[in-house]
Design a protein around this ligand. Structure first.
Ligand code: PNS
Length: 165
């Protein structure tokens, strides 16, 4: 039986912590679908097309990873893709409450899909898309925390828009 997992998120932008989780997931599942939320309430810095292009390029080395976008309920998307699991990364205790609530809500909505939590390398335990954007916006160095392509794009974006955003 082929087991598919969905790894959902905003990925605004994808970080090396996300990539670390994907790199672990590909050994556990036959197929990992990285699913980008289309209409995020979070008002992403990067439009969906750009986030999709970046994620596609940085996961190209994994033959069993697919990149897609979704709207609406995650559980409906997971089922439509035939996924048995939803993968989420857990960095620290601070992630736990939100993730716990989401996992239990998703279990209530779709008991047939299991949420699987994975820990990234401790080297990325403090890395979040939010902090990466803040550091990049203020002119700090984010290399090593995100793929080089993401660092370049952040630099270019903030050079173009200044530090106001
Ligand atoms: O990377 P993020 O922003 O932490 O990802 C959050 C995401 C996309 C997993 C979550 O917002 C989500 O699943 N949204 C889809 C709407 C949904 O299903 N809501 C109910 C979840 S319990």
């Amino acid at each position: 039986m082929q087991v598919t997992a969905v790894y959902p998120g905003t990925f605004d932008p994808i970080t090396n912590g996300h990539l670390d989780i994907i790199g672990r997931g590909v050994h556990l599942f036959d197929r990992v679908v990285v699913a980008l939320l289309e209409n995020a309430d979070k008002e992403p810095l990067m439009p969906l097309d750009e986030r999709l292009a970046i994620v596609r390029s940085v996961v190209a080395r994994f033959p069993n990873v697919e990149v897609d976008s979704f709207d609406g309920l995650l559980i409906d998307y997971a089922r439509a893709r035939g996924a048995r699991a939803i993968v989420r990364g857990l960095r620290a205790l601070s992630d736990f409450e939100y993730e716990f609530q989401m996992a239990l809500m998703n279990r209530r909505l779709g008991p047939d899909v299991e949420t699987v939590f994975m820990m990234p390398s401790e080297a990325y335990s403090y890395v979040s898309s939010r902090l990466v954007k803040e550091v990049a916006r203020l002119g700090g160095d984010v290399s090593g925390l995100v793929p080089p392509e993401v660092a370049d794009r952040l630099r270019a974006r903030y050079a173009a828009t200044g530090r106001a955003r």
